[in-house]
Design a binder for this molecule. Structure first.
Ligand SMILES: Cc1cc2nc3c(=O)[nH]c(=O)nc-3n(C[C@H](O)[C@H](O)[C@H](O)COP(=O)(O)OP(=O)(O)OC[C@H]3O[C@@H](n4cnc5c(N)ncnc54)[C@H](O)[C@@H]3O)c2cc1C
Length: 369
């Protein structure tokens, strides 16, 4: 029998993480003729968060050549957002008013799997249930996977999401901007035909969002800080449901539904990953490079946009290995995005500040690190 540890497979690029950023990067590079391995830790067999896609995702999916596959997933059109934020009266924002047709509510597990499969069809060598567990650079990347498989690559891409595990193992510094978490559950058997919008509602401990999903499901999530979550034990079903009853429009929206699933908690912390001052050929893409507050509703479009920039940068590094300029340009563009994001987030929360509680007053202070 051949021992996996004895086999070493060489690639131009190895992408660690098969979420939207990693899959789109792999798809673009494989489509340009480079040899690419795409490694994904999960098997897309568990629920994923981030279900509401902004209208800006449409041109990005078209450009990737996956628009028809996306439509075939049966996403629900999203007509806009209703918010109870800085006043008790709901404010409505319709995508139609901005000249855009609609956004979408999707099953993120199916959406992510669709992009992953498209990368495979473009020629990427894909592996599910496989983490990248170690990496070292000696002029080529020497990589080991969780199943013992060994790979080499000329360029390495960290697409591991908010954990940014690869970049951090390469001594990149993570600057944390908050400690936000999302505690989520789903209700089934909801008639969502009249509910095709995102509802956000502020509460003293943070804010709630609810959104319909295909299959008559409603997803609800409380966004709060990790310490507040621990203090009120909000990952337990009863405290979470009691918290929901403190809302007005959100609780009404799921009033007639069956009991929700047990709550699950996800990190939603914002951060920027800063490279050490070296020129080793690696990049972070998507949330690994810059993770933003879900209030922006821009996570997936951002992931797809940075994938395009990462693929262009990686291609340049492969074709002109002696020229590290694209790495510097890539990083400085991410820094500019980060500065813009922080200023937009500050404006957003400053307009709101509906409650004089720790969650809200913290957001008036300079960012924590
Ligand atoms: C609570 C919450 C709500 C959100 N709501 C929205 C929303 O409504 N709309 C929106 O656009 N965005 C939303 N987002 C943001 C959005 O989900 C992310 O921005 C987007 O998923 C980023 O894509 P990514 O590929 O960079 O990272 P991810 O989607 O996190 O993918 C990273 C992948 O890497 C894999 N991985 C991790 N480590 C390894 C390893 N060592 N080796 C191999 N694979 C690994 C993981 O399994 C995962 O599949 C939300 C985020 C949160 C936390």
């Amino acid at each position: 029998m051949v021992d996996l540890a004895d086999m070493v497979t060489a690639y131009d690029v190895v992408v660690a993480g098969g979420g939207p950023a990693g899959a789109a990067t792999a798809l673009r590079l494989a489509g340009s003729g480079f040899s690419v391995a795409l490694l994904e830790r999960s098997r897309f067999d568990r629920p994923r968060v981030g279900e509401t896609l902004a209208p800006s995702v449409q041109p990005l999916l078209r450009d990737l050549g996956v628009w028809e596959r996306f439509v075939a997933l049966g996403p629900l059109p999203s007509w806009g957002t209703r918010s109870i934020w800085s006043s008790t009266e709901p404010a409505a924002h319709s995508h139609l008013e901005t000249g855009q047709a609609s956004g979408w509510h999707v099953d993120r597990r199916l959406f992510d799997r669709m992009l992953f499969d498209a990368a495979a069809e473009a020629g990427a060598s894909v592996s599910l249930g496989t983490s990248l567990s170690s990496c070292a650079y000696d002029g080529r990347w020497q990589l080991t996977c969780s199943n013992g498989r060994r790979l080499t690559a000329r360029v390495l891409i960290d697409a591991t999401g908010r954990s940014a595990t690869i970049g951090r193992s390469l001594c990149a510094r993570r600057i944390a901007f908050d400690h936000l978490v999302g505690i989520t559950a789903q209700w089934s058997g909801v008639d969502v035909t009249a509910e095709q919008y995102l509802l956000i509602e502020s509460v003293p401990d943070g804010w709630w969002y609810t959104a319909p999903l295909p299959g008559n499901v409603m997803v609800g999530m409380l966004m709060t800080d990790a310490d507040i979550c621990r203090h009120h034990n909000l990952t337990a079903p009863n405290p979470w449901r009691t918290h929901l009853t403190s809302t007005t429009a959100t609780a009404l929206r799921v009033e007639a539904a069956r009991l929700p699933t047990a709550p699950r908690v996800y990190s939603a912390a914002s951060h920027r990953l800063v490279r050490p001052g070296d020129i080793r050929p690696w990049l972070a893409v998507g949330d690994a490079a810059l993770a933003v507050d879900p209030i922006s509703g821009s996570g997936v479009p951002r992931a797809l946009r940075t994938a395009e920039a990462a693929a262009t940068t990686a291609a340049h590094l492969l074709l002109h290995p002696a020229d590290p300029t694209p790495l510097t340009t890539y990083e400085s563009t991410r820094n500019t995005e980060c500065t813009t994001y922080l200023s937009t987030r500050a404006d957003y929360y400053a307009v709101a500040l509906p409650h004089p509680t720790p969650f809200w007053t913290r957001r008036k202070l300079p960012v924590a690190s």
